[in-house]
Design a binder for this molecule. Structure first.
Ligand SMILES: NC(=O)c1ccc[n+]([C@@H]2O[C@H](COP(=O)([O-])OP(=O)(O)OC[C@H]3O[C@@H](n4cnc5c(N)ncnc54)[C@H](OP(=O)(O)O)[C@@H]3O)[C@@H](O)[C@H]2O)c1
Length: 236
């Protein structure tokens, strides 16, 4: 099995790369951090592939040498918060949308034609999409786009299975900067285990940790004005 993983140089993606390689897959580990990519490529089952996912030309050039994949996991992403909504930072908004959503489109253009018939496409979104949360205007909007994109692709792709991933909080460099409590946060290795299990079952949606994501899913039945009142309380 040939598995390509974006965002494989850190956090969840790195754990996925190491675990799939340990299972015997040939893993193509993607990212920008060349030192980390070189370290990963010391593993006999891991090949590195360096590109900035927000640059279509780079994505196409770097992945051009590969002819097919059985599984493509689009996991690269970043999070930045809007701290002052009244003075909206459109540059921050563009950065987050670019890496989390537009880059998905670039990877799809470059990689989707090379996924074998019966292969899998995995797209990492976030449980932030279940409910609007404070300071998440940019991150939440980008991930809401990813979730819609994945669900729509699941309708239109006939010979590739799409799995949409909605993680709760995962302890990684991405969340290290969070200055708020992260209820029920799991390790990156546990997150990778949840994902590998769900991907093997070709689940349409993988979400974890279940207690956390099920609570968020249940809260979605609240009328919007009531949820907004609760969320304003969280923001304070
Ligand atoms: N941690 C959480 O609580 C959590 C929750 C929900 C969803 N997620 C999602 O899970 C995914 C992985 O997150 P993580 O927590 O593992 O984060 P992380 O440890 O910060 O890793 C992010 C990865 O994305 C890559 N990346 C970022 N910008 C890139 C770019 N322009 N081009 C290519 N690669 C880029 C980074 O590689 P380089 O630096 O080498 O480029 C890195 O490998 C993200 O999509 C994130 O939104 C995370």
């Amino acid at each position: 099995m040939i598995t390509l993983i974006t965002g494989a140089t850190s956090g969840i993606g790195e754990q996925l790369a190491l675990k799939y390689a340990a299972k015997g897959d040939t893993v193509i580990a993607c990212g920008r951090n060349s030192d980390k990519l070189a370290e990963l490529a010391k593993h006999s089952n891991i090949q590195s592939c360096e590109f900035d996912a927000t640059d279509l030309a780079q994505v196409k050039a770097a992945t051009g040498e590969f002819s097919h994949f059985d599984r493509v996991i689009l996991n690269a992403g970043n999070c930045e918060y809007i701290d002052d909504a009244r003075n909206f930072d459109s540059a921050l908004f563009a950065r987050v949308i670019s890496v989390n959503l537009l880059a998905m489109g670039y990877c799809l253009e470059a990689l989707l034609p090379k996924i074998a018939r019966g292969g899998q496409l995995v797209m990492v979104s976030s449980s932030v999409t279940y409910l609007p949360l404070p300071r998440s205007e940019a991150y939440g909007a980008s991930k809401a786009g990813v979730s819609y994109l994945a669900k729509s692709l699941a309708i239109d792709l006939n010979d590739v299975d799409v799995t949409l991933v909605h993680p709760g909080f995962v302890k990684t460099p991405l969340t290290k900067k969070n200055d708020f409590a992260m209820p029920m946060a799991v390790t990156a290795t546990a997150a990778a285990d949840y994902m590998i299990k769900g991907i093997a079952k070709r689940r349409k949606e993988v979400h974890f940790p279940y207690r956390f994501t099920l609570i968020l899913k249940a809260l979605r039945i609240l009328p919007l004005p009531l949820w907004l009142k609760i969320a304003k309380g969280l923001a304070r």
